[in-house]
Design a protein around this ligand. Structure first.
Ligand code: ADP
Ligand code: MG
Length: 612
């Protein structure tokens, strides 16, 4: 077999993004793991001592190198992966610059043992601070093992600059995860100070994620998949309810390479808007693959940034893929019977007479004032129109190709599956808490309190955006007093309360007169209602750090939504269901709690499957 490594001509070398490749132990780990992958390894062991200061060793069972290649590999711009400038735009390997081994050898003591599978003897080479020490034949396993000792031994400034052992080790684990998350069909081991930390067998992507991130991830992942001519997206995103306040596991890969890209991060984050509280971060493992000719990876020395030729298009595809996945998940969730045994389904008692509708929120949309079965137009129309919006990309007509994608099965299938069958007006209330109704795909269970919160919240936000005072009911002036702290908050939120229809005037320092209330809240006690709104508002300030209007809408929605335990008539339930499905995000309450679950016919059949 001929040698494969060549020195790049100067003209090509000059086009390579210059910069420091090895900044810390983790950078060396990344380069070595990538070399092992490029060598076609199916098993890779990483051994670390003293957070990489004392030892970083990577052993692989990849193709190995000839003696000549092993020697040449440590020269700057020596690579087997590209030959000419044009190759920079068709990169299919992780490395391509021929710089990593040279950069590592310049700042450490390196020993390499390597053997090609077809050869009997391998080669051992020792290099220290870029000067060649020793080369000899050796017997060693097929593949390559590189040990890097005393990193930065000759660059004290750099060595002193390293962070604590914990921090440096964390960086190493991050790099390890980033490679292991892509090459799930490769076995990886990580030993730290002689203790095994990871032993990852080849597995499916989902199993790999769980093996790296912990068992609790198993039930928190939603699959993502989208293909358009320009790009293919796959992977998993986190269920909205598990989004965390601290930025957690967010992994974005382009052509099997971990990439930082705030623009595309924004696309993903944006798809979760309204599904998770402000300040919460979704986690994701998203794999984008595009034609290597349409990206430039040669822009940053550590190869963690990329320029896309179709930047905006990729943004749209990523966003719509995530939205679609969230939409599919929300309309076809699988109900875990073990976890939710508490639901006790009983039919309404014989002779049950539905009560007159009582819920009062907003006269503009209070559906209960209508005669039975007849929904106000305004409430009914958006049901068809808005429910499917969840699947629609917000960047319209940017690419007709995209529209095609977005109109494929989820819009038809999921939309129709989830919406209660048109002829089906039969609702059932269970436990004074859940509404159960038939949908095409099975049974839908709605949490009345959460669902009503979503309805009220949407309406309030709509009122805010109308930016003129909402309808109000003048009333006999009533004096209300608050603690100094609550009085301060009332003054702060007053402009927004006014938009909703409250008319309040200051009387004394902590006392106010309420002259008017939103028309739909006129049967509430003004003092009590305001006190509760203020308390909720304070709590949200701490928990959610959301803006004032959102916070207020959330506080009021919580306060005014019908409570569990309230008996509802069929019409009331029907109205809630219809109103809920007029929302853009019917499946979650504004605080992120789920509003509905569907048990599919498949799942029901499974429960009653014959054992024989
Ligand atoms: P690059 O990966 O950019 O080509 P490196 O300096 O990382 O540059 O490696 C130089 C060359 O050494 C590679 O092109 C490859 O041919 C060879 N090489 C490095 N590591 C390995 C390995 N683990 N197994 C086989 N060959 C390797
Ligand atoms: Mg390399």
């Amino acid at each position: 077999m001929p040698d494969v490594i060549k020195l790049l001509p100067e003209s090509v070398a000059n086009q390579i993004a210059a910069g420091e490749v090895i900044q810390r132990p983790a950078s060396a780990v990344k380069e070595l793991l990538e070399n092992a992958i490029d060598a076609g390894a199916t098993e890779i062991k990483l051994i670390i001592r003293d957070s990489g200061r004392a030892l970083i060793q990577v052993a692989d069972n990849g193709c190995g190198m000839s003696g000549t290649d092993a020697r040449l590999a440590f020269e700057r711009h020596a690579t087997s992966k590209i030959r000419e400038a044009g190759d920079l735009f068709a990169i299919r390997t992780l490395g391509f610059r021929g710089e990593a081994l040279a950069s590592i050898a310049a700042v450490a003591q390196v020993q390499i043992k390597t053997r090609k599978h077809e050869e009997e003897l391998g080669t051992m080479i020792e290099i220290e601070g870029a000067s060649f020490k020793n080369q000899s034949p050796c017997s060693c396993p097929a593949g390559t093992s590189i040990a890097i000792k005393n990193l930065f031994f000759n660059v004290p400034a750099r060595r002193n600059f390293l962070k604590s052992n914990t921090a440096e080790f964390r960086h190493i684990v991050e790099e390890f995860q980033r490679v292991a998350l892509v090459y799930h069909d490769v076995g990886f081991w990580l030993h730290n100070n002689d203790k095994p930390m990871f032993a990852l067998r080849p597995s499916s992507l989902k199993q790999r994620i769980v093996a790296l991130m912990g068992n609790h991830f198993a039930n928190r992942l939603i699959p993502v998949s989208e293909t358009v001519p320009e790009a293919e997206i796959s992977g998993f995103i986190g269920k909205p309810e598990f989004a965390k306040k601290t930025r957690g596991e967010q992994f974005f890969f382009v052509n099997k390479r971990f990439i930082r890209n705030p623009y595309l991060h924004h696309a993903i984050d944006g798809a979760y808007k309204e599904l998770i509280p402000h300040e919460a971060h979704p986690y994701y493992f998203i794999y984008l693959s595009v034609d290597p000719n349409t990206i430039d990876i040669n822009i940053h020395p550590t190869k963690t940034e990329v320029n896309f030729q179709h930047n905006q298009l990729i943004y749209t595809v990523v966003r719509s893929a995530v939205k679609k996945a969230l939409g599919k998940f929300s309309v076809a969730p699988s109900l875990d019977f073990d976890a939710e045994q508490g639901i006790n389904i009983t039919a309404p008692p014989p002779g049950y007479i539905p009560k007159e509708p009582r819920i009062k929120v907003d006269p503009d949309y209070n559906p209960f004032s209508q005669p039975s079965g007849a929904m106000p137009d305004q409430a009914r129309k958006p049901v068809d129109k808005n429910w499917q919006k969840l699947y629609k990309t917000d960047v319209s007509a940017q690419s007709s190709m995209l529209l095609r994608t977005n109109q494929d099965e989820p819009e038809k299938d999921s939309g129709e599956t989830a919406r209660p069958a048109a002829e089906n007006n039969q609702m059932m209330q269970v436990n004074g808490r859940f509404i159960i109704t038939r949908v095409r795909s099975g049974l839908m269970i709605i949490d009345q309190h959460h669902a009503h919160q979503r309805i009220i919240y949407d309406r309030l936000l709509e009122k805010f955006s109308a930016s003129r005072p909402g309808s109000q009911q003048n009333m006999f002036p009533q004096t209300v007093s608050f603690s100094p702290a609550n009085a301060d908050i009332l003054r702060e939120i007053y402009p927004d309360l006014q938009l909703l229809g409250f008319v309040i005037e200051p009387l004394a320092i902590n006392t106010f007169v309420v002259n008017g209330m939103p028309a739909d809240m006129d049967n509430e006690d003004p003092g009590e209602l305001l006190e509760k709104i203020i308390d909720n508002y304070k709590k949200n300030l701490v928990d959610l750090k959301s803006d004032r209007k959102t916070n207020l809408a959330l506080s009021m929605a919580r306060q005014l939504a019908i409570r569990p335990g309230k008996t509802l008539s069929n019409d009331e339930m029907l109205a809630i269901v219809n109103e809920l499905f007029a929302s853009k995000v019917p499946e979650v309450a504004p605080d992120g709690s789920p509003t509905l679950k569907i048990i599919t016919l498949d799942e029901i059949s499974k429960i009653f499957k014959n054992k024989d």
